[in-house]
Design a protein around this ligand. Sequence first.
Ligand SMILES: [Zn+2]
Length: 350
Amino acid sequence: MLFQAIVATVRENVEAKKMEGRYVYQFCLSGDNGGDFFISIANNKCEVREGLAVTANLTVNVSDANFVSFLDGKLNPTTAVMTGKIKIKGDISLAMKLQSLLGQEMTAEGSAGPRVQKVGAHTYAVTNLYHTGLVEVNAGFVVTPSAVISIDAGMTVSDGAFLWQVSHQLVPDRRKSLLILTHHHSDHTFGMRIFREQGAEVIAHAHVREFLEEDQGRYKAFIIEHYMASQEEGDRILGEVVLSLPDRLIEEDTLLDLDGEEIHLLATPGHVSSELSVYCPGSKVLFAGDTIYEGMPPNTQFAGAAEKAEWVRQLRRLRKLEIKAIVPGHGKVCGKDEIDRNIALIESDK
Ligand SMILES: [Zn+2]
């Protein structure tokens, strides 16, 4: 497809769309039929123009061929970003709107894939990551001028890679990457390999280390045996998973300071004893791990009466924080109401 035809197709797709907000997408297409064009959105109107915009909120670099595949619905944008076929720079929360803008809405069947959402100043939630069970898992990240602080790593190495890519393209000059594990469970840790290989420092509760020290690959084998349809499916989805021990251990509440951005690591045992919650007072966002579930009952199968009582005590403590958004381990980004709902359900769980 020639560049003019590509632009004409985009124009056809977007000009009738009503999009809220005011922002500019810049596209830089490489290849024989490449070129630059941008879509500006303002006053519920979308306009497509060739060339470079004066300023852009999100810049997309992609080859002409891959962009045409994307327009045809043949290239999954999430995978394309992960494998570097599409490179995006700028406000990534806008990237998620691109699919619907360009007419590439995913079908309702199957997973819609991860969703990246800005939940506060330089604070992002990633929801809807792959899970072997019925409920997707969440993660998130905070960026400072020189560091990326990731919270949880997803359940697969490919989701770990997605989390790495989407968070680190915001901070090209980063000097430091941290991965905080909210607890040791597979759906929060199995994607950690990529973070490890890229040199991130892994921080977790001391009980995560105790659990993993005895592991020797048994946990992965257990998950495949109990939660996957077959060994083959397990190998296909979890084959690349490699767990490693955390670098820094937390046993009590700990304050991290990165470029003046405070990150509070709060020991909140209950769901399991290795549970950490991550509170960012700057953005008033709480990454709760499995201390808080949204829209579903909290999973109490690992907790006895004493652990449940401790869990409730920790939830009451979290409720005292000033909170604008909670990123739960599972479910949608939510508000403080969910804390009360979780307390009521844990207390009535006998
Ligand atoms: Zn979980």
